[in-house]
Design a binder for this molecule. Structure first.
Ligand code: SAM
Ligand code: SF4
Length: 379
């Protein structure tokens, strides 16, 4: 703009500011013109708040929220044993998280996933689940969560009561000793109890397993039979280079193309068009009649169809799991009750969504691609 009109710097700055101002006023007018719903004391949210379309014409309809970076496990590929967690004073309150999530729903988010860290260890988390559950059917299509399962037996019934119908449970092995080894602090029996309680409550479960070379690769046929035998889909995930851990991830990295080729010796797999709104590609396994998903951030970059952004428990919005650029929405919501300004801050962030991540793991790239752990951004 500046170059095109050859303006002096100060005039150009005012022109940029004027354009931003016009943009914000446009949103503010929309807020005044159509009022639906209100969260806390903030100005009303709008049904027709501008949809979020990124620079690559991808519509953003999926929000993942890491409600805490803390966890009762210490999975070796995810965290170091002695983690420095965020100071509690930096965390958004659950009311603030509800306000932010509601703003995203007003702007076109249809699917919202609570994750972490372990979402079910955050104090009073069911308050947020219940509040968000009220929006299912009026804006939100689905409220779901990803959990390690340790607290599920306590919360399964209440989750269902709040409108949650499907959850992801992370489970990397069926061997209790190996489970303790990979999670460091986890109790396999408790997770099994949790899965049972969730199924009893009516929650549909998808199991997620990170594929780890020389750890659970040999167990995969058994895990497929276990999941499918109990009516659960199973999705396998490639390990991603996020955050410092004690070990070198290269040692455990298993490309899913290799895993799939190995599995095809035991199973007949046929492609399906089944999607859940996430990055997994599913096949149907003829021998079990169940579905097996592959999430392949490393071997097959799925960024071209990315429809999601990620919010942390401190109100930082990451437009990409694998990039460092972020927007501080906590500052915005603490500075103003005006949702028009919040919408404008979200629009500005979405305008910076990158095309994709640049994850590489091999012997020459064995350092984390991003310094933060998956538990901060929310897997
Ligand atoms: N604590 C919950 C759980 O484990 O399901 C939710 C958060 S956890 C960060 C979400 C998912 O990310 C889990 O399935 C976990 O296995 C996966 N994950 C964590 N670190 C990862 C990494 N470096 N690469 C790939 N997946 C990872
Ligand atoms: Fe905790 Fe989930 Fe990370 Fe394991 S993968 S340490 S359960 S956040």
């Amino acid at each position: 703009m500046r170059g095109k009109f050859n303006l002096p710097w100060s005039a150009a700055v005012s022109l940029d500011a004027a354009m931003a101002y016009t943009h914000i006023i446009g949103i503010a007018e929309a807020v005044v013109n159509s009022k639906v719903g209100n969260v806390g004391n903030a100005t009303p949210l709008v049904a027709d708040a501008r949809p979020m379309i990124d620079p690559f014409q991808r519509a953003i309809s999926y929000l993942r929220v890491s409600v805490t970076d803390r966890c009762d496990f210490r999975c070796t590929y995810c965290m170091a044993e002695n983690m420095n967690f965020l100071p509690k004073k930096d965390l958004l309150t659950l009311e603030e998280l509800n306000r932010l999530c509601s703003a995203f729903i007003a702007k076109g988010v249809r699917k919202l996933r609570l994750t972490g860290g372990e979402p079910l260890v955050r104090k009073n988390i069911m308050y947020l689940v219940r509040e968000l559950g009220k929006q299912i059917g009026s804006g939100l299509d689905e409220l779901t969560l990803t959990t390690n399962g340790s607290q599920l037996s306590r919360f399964a019934d209440e989750l269902y009561d709040c409108g949650v119908r499907r959850i992801n449970v992370s489970l990397d092995t069926l061997d209790p000793d190996k489970f303790r080894q990979i999670t460091r602090w986890g109790d396999f029996a408790k997770v099994m109890e949790g899965i049972e309680a969730a199924q009893k409550a009516g929650l549909k479960i998808k199991l997620n397993a990170v594929a780890l070379k020389d750890f659970n690769d040999v167990e995969m046929p058994e895990m497929i039979r276990f999941a499918h035998g109990r009516g659960m889909d199973l999705t396998v995930i490639e390990t991603m280079p996020m955050g410092e851990i004690e070990e070198d991830r290269t040692d455990r990295y298993l490309p899913l193309s290799k895993l799939r080729a190995d599995l095809e010796r035991n199973f007949t797999m046929s492609e399906t068009g089944y999607r859940t709104g996430g990055p997994a590609r599913y096949v149907e396994v003829k021998e079990t009649g169940g579905r097996l998903g592959f999430i392949t951030p490393m071997t097959h970059n799925f960024c071209e169809s990315c429809n999601r952004v990620r919010l942390t428990c401190t109100g930082t919005l990451y437009m990409c799991l694998g990039q460092n650029d972020a927007a501080d929405l906590r500052a915005t919501i603490r500075a103003t009750e005006d949702n028009a300004l919040l919408f404008a801050a979200i629009d500005e962030a979405i305008s910076r969504k990158p095309k994709g991540h640049d994850f590489i793991i091999d012997r020459t790239h064995n350092r984390p691609a991003v310094a933060r752990h998956m538990s901060v951004t929310g897997g």
